[in-house]
Design a protein around this ligand. Sequence first.
Ligand SMILES: NC(=O)c1ccc[n+]([C@@H]2O[C@H](COP(=O)([O-])OP(=O)(O)OC[C@H]3O[C@@H](n4cnc5c(N)ncnc54)[C@H](OP(=O)(O)O)[C@@H]3O)[C@@H](O)[C@H]2O)c1
Length: 185
Amino acid sequence: MKTVYNTATSLDGFIADQDNSLGWLFAVEGSEPGAENGEALNETEDFISKAGAIVMGATTYEWIVKHEGDKPWPYQAPTWVLTHRELPRLEGDLRFASADTDQELRDLHAEMAEAAGGRDVWVVGGGRLAADLARLGLLDEVVVSIAPVSLGGGAPLLDGRVELRALEAKLLGSFACLRYEVVRG
Ligand SMILES: NC(=O)c1ccc[n+]([C@@H]2O[C@H](COP(=O)([O-])OP(=O)(O)OC[C@H]3O[C@@H](n4cnc5c(N)ncnc54)[C@H](OP(=O)(O)O)[C@@H]3O)[C@@H](O)[C@H]2O)c1
């Protein structure tokens, strides 16, 4: 079982632009469901379908509610949404929680790992959550599909220092896909 931060990013390391938009990502050829040139998307979907638990921050969840809220919750695996607020609840296995201390984040990760039952935990984002998990030694891998675009600003891929070791690099359609292992201090 691994905890994996798997996301798409701009070349300059942003997972959303300054307006929290992903328009730049969907504008890339091969980034839409069913796209002919969608190898990177297919591989990500394969990873997601095998995940045993999912975790994301409030902004990421709110993006999904805003853009996909009229559809059923897209994921089967139990999903933890980290927030301090009451957020609209979509139908699905959603668990709202907060983790304001390192111990609370450790406890939450243990709960997710148990629920995953030997399958991977998918960290969807954002970059602070992923960096916090890495700092606590709870993140195993970072997998990024780099879109051929720079944004100049936005939500950072990793909001904190994280040491990585490259494991794999490949070109899938328009995306450069990299897999890293998190180096534990
Ligand atoms: N390119 C991609 O594939 C991709 C992937 C994922 C996300 N995204 C996008 O990237 C952006 C990420 O947004 P973001 O940087 O703001 O990160 P985020 O993690 O989605 O949201 C941050 C918010 O989540 C809550 N939160 C995070 N950690 C918490 C904790 N430990 N305990 C309690 N609450 C916690 C806090 O909100 P409150 O305190 O206000 O509740 C915090 O302000 C979004 O626009 C998303 O759509 C893109």
